[in-house]
Structures are given as C-alpha cells and as structure tokens.
Design a protein around this ligand. Structure first.
Ligand SMILES: [Zn+2]
Length: 344
C-alpha cells in the first residue's frame, strides 16, 4: 500500500507527490482536450476527474517496491497554469467599457475561445465529419415564459475550432416591469448577474436584427438568398429552442419567424444514434463523456460553451452530423424529425 501524500487540484496548479518511486497512478493532463481540467488515472484504469475547485486525498494500492528514493519526494509537478475565470458578460455582448482596467481583466475572462480550444492532432483527424457544413452555430436559449438570453457559439464544422460568438440578454415585451424584475431576480439574481442583465437586455426584435448583421458579417446569411443559412446549421440540446420557443417569442414580439430557424441539429438525437446512450440533457451527455462543467449551468452563454465542448468531443470521436429536425413549409407547427432513433 502506498499513500499519496498530497493530491491537490486548484484553479492555479496541481501538485502530485508520492512516497513511491513507481506509483501505479498516472497523471493524464491532456486527455480532456477541451477543458482546462485534469484527469488522473489510478489502478485499475479508473479515471478521476477533478474540477477546478476540488481537492482530494487518495490511497493507491499497487506495485511499489522499496527504493532508496522512497522518502525523497520529487519536486512538485506543475500541470495547470491558467486560472478559470467567468466571462465578462458585458464583453460577450460587445458592451464592456473596462477593457483597459487591469483589475477587471484579472477578474473576468474576455476571450471565449479559451474554454473551447482544440488540439492540433484532433483537427487533423477529423477533416470529413460534416462535409456539407462549414459552420456550426450552437444555440441554447434561456427563459421559459419569454426568452431572456440568446447565446450562440460558432465553430468550424471541419476543424472544430472556435470562430466567434453572439450573445445578447433579451428583454421580455409582454410582462410588466415588476414581473420582469421578479423573473430576473429569480433566475439570474442567484448567479449575481441580474445587474448586467438589466444594464444590457434589449427586445427580441432588436436581438434578431443584430444577429442577422452578425450572420451576414460571416457570410452565413443573406436576406436576398431566401433567408436560410449558407453552409451552416444550428446545433441545439433538444428541440425546444427552435421547435417551440423561437416561434412563441416571434409571436409575442409580433415578428415573422425567420426562415433560418426552420431546421436544426438536435445534439441529443445525434448522441443517442452515435454512442447508443440515451442522454437526456447537456449534463448527462457531459457525464457520459467525462467532460466537466465549466461556468454556471442555466447561464445561456456557459451552457452554449459546454454544449460546444460536447459537440467538439463528438466530432473528435467520429460522430457524423446531420440535420435532425426540419419545419414543414406547410405550417409552423409541423416539424419532421429525420432520425428514427431519437430522444422524445
Ligand atoms: Zn469586461
């Protein structure tokens, strides 16, 4: 029996020290390629994943043999340098006015790509995963009564690299000011981001105008071409976002549902067909793939990033991608599902 004297994972670094010169535990610092987290493998082939806030002590059984080095601890191994920080939610919306403030920059992440990095090896292995698509737009709406947040992460469909993001908080149009305050307090107050929501939220109609400008700037959409996406597809976790919520919100906002919202890839359906595992949501897909949660669950921009990390892993694993749902031109309520085996 060998005792690991210290196994600590923090935001800043990880230190591993053993009393044995040949411990049966291996540090696998690069397995989880899409996060800044660390995996440890201990005998017999069990993976332990630590988040940036966890620490633990473990005992390791195994093949240690007496060694002159037994009591001579090696110098600490520095594995993780960078500290995970929450996103600046003004910056994600193009509204940060503190970009020159060092204290603000130290506290908040201003580079969304940091959580979505892909290794060079993975890029080379997956050139043909979705031949008909250039860009994937991962969308995860928040807000049950009316949409409160509209976040999109764009990645390259071939290389999986992060390209750009679009993020807006959305101000309801059919609720009283008092109801909006209660709603936002209940949802975002506990995350400490109700202030930024109130500072930045704009009506859905304006969000759609700005989103279309953003799509056009990436040559993914042109109103004159019929209004559908050009070589791009939305990726969602479930059908609710585009089947149900967007048409409802368009009705509430008195606008026509844009044609580019008429088809999408439901990642849960692709997941069940590829891995043969029925994952019911983002967190269960992440658990099945051993991907740790980054940020706050139910903050839309963080959920979009986490769904993007699942998508990146699935492409890396060789999962084919295809449109899974398409709205019929005969009516907004008619949606055809294109995969037989799907999550209902
Ligand atoms: Zn900022």
């Amino acid at each position: 029996m060998v005792t690991a004297t210290k196994l600590l994972c923090s935001c800043f670094s990880a230190t591993v020290r053993f009393r044995s010169s040949s411990p049966t535990i291996t540090v696998l610092s690069s397995i989880d390629r899409f996060s800044s987290h660390i995996l440890f493998q201990s005998s017999p082939l069990r993976l332990h994943q630590l988040t940036h806030t966890e620490s633990l002590s473990i005992s390791v059984s195994g093949s240690s043999s007496p060694s002159p080095m037994t009591d001579c601890l090696p110098p600490p191994m520095k594995i993780l340098e960078s500290k995970w920080r929450p996103m600046c939610l003004y910056h994600t919306q193009g509204k940060c006015t503190m970009i020159d403030n060092a204290e603000h920059l130290a506290k908040f992440n201003h580079d969304i790509s940091k959580d979505l990095e892909v290794s060079g090896d993975t890029v080379l292995q997956n050139q043909c995963s979705s031949p008909d698509l250039d860009r994937l737009l991962v969308l995860d709406l928040e807000g049950k009564v009316e949409i409160l947040e509209f976040p999109v992460c764009m990645i390259d469909a071939k290389t999986m690299t992060f390209i750009d993001s679009f993020h807006r908080f959305v101000r309801p149009v059919r609720m009283s000011e008092r109801r909006v305050n209660e709603y936002i307090n209940g949802k975002y107050g506990k995350l400490g981001i109700d202030r930024v929501w109130h500072d930045t939220a704009i009506p859905f109609k304006e969000v759609i105008c700005e989103f279309e400008t953003w799509l056009a700037s990436h040559n993914l959409w042109n109103e004159k071409d019929g209004g559908t996406l050009n070589q791009a597809a939305f990726v969602t976790c479930g059908n609710w976002d585009l089947k149900t919520k967007v048409p409802q919100q368009c009705k509430d906002s008195c606008i026509k549902s844009p044609p580019y919202f008429s088809e999408w890839i439901n990642l849960k359906d692709v997941f069940v067909n590829f891995y043969k595992i029925r994952a019911r949501g983002m967190r269960s897909m992440m658990t099945e793939l051993g991907i740790s949660l980054l940020g706050s669950h139910h903050l839309g921009i963080d959920d979009s990033k986490n769904i993007t990390r699942v998508l990146q892993r699935m492409i890396a694993d060789g999962s084919p991608l295809q449109i899974t749902a398409r709205r019929s031109s005969s009516g907004l309520d008619n949606v055809e599902f294109l995969l037989e085996n799907r999550i209902k």
